[in-house]
Design a protein around this ligand. Structure first.
Ligand SMILES: [Zn+2]
Ligand SMILES: [Zn+2]
Length: 135
């Protein structure tokens, strides 16, 4: 079991198995939300994810277009969120307390990546979302 949590430790969760490898999303919204070159996350089936502490305090921000991010009200860390349509949790892997065993396999929304970001040569790249044209 892998545990994770926010910067202040107020919100904590655990994962028993991952349903995907790690992917980085370079879209403009993820870059803003993370304050970096991309988001880095993996997917977890709802039966493999559990909130341990602080779930009731999690805040949600939603843009006009419907893009949502959940965050800790005390420290601002981005937090996992449930993707109801897929019955999966989207879990930012920087929150994990130890090596989850899975590795980075895909870059998505590469057409939107920051001009200053350099991508590794081995990882699969997609122009937009999963299943879009490889770059
Ligand atoms: Zn926090
Ligand atoms: Zn994104």
């Amino acid at each position: 079991m892998i545990t994770g949590g926010c910067l202040c430790g107020g919100v904590q969760f655990s994962v028993t198995a991952f349903s995907s490898a790690i992917f980085k999303c370079h879209c403009s919204k993820c870059r803003k939300a993370f304050g970096g070159a991309s988001s880095a996350a993996a997917l977890v089936g709802s039966e493999d994810f559990r909130w341990v502490q602080g779930e009731e305090g999690v805040r949600e921000f939603q843009t006009d277009s419907g893009f949502k991010r959940h965050f800790c009200p005390d420290c601002g860390s981005i937090l996992p969120q449930y993707l109801a349509g897929n019955q999966l949790y989207w879990v930012p892997v920087g929150l994990l307390d130890s090596d989850p065993g899975i590795r980075l396999k895909q870059h998505i929304h590469v057409d939107s990546k920051a001009a200053w970001e350099t991508l590794d040569a081995e990882t699969r790249r997609f122009s937009e979302g999963f299943g879009s044209s490889p770059v």
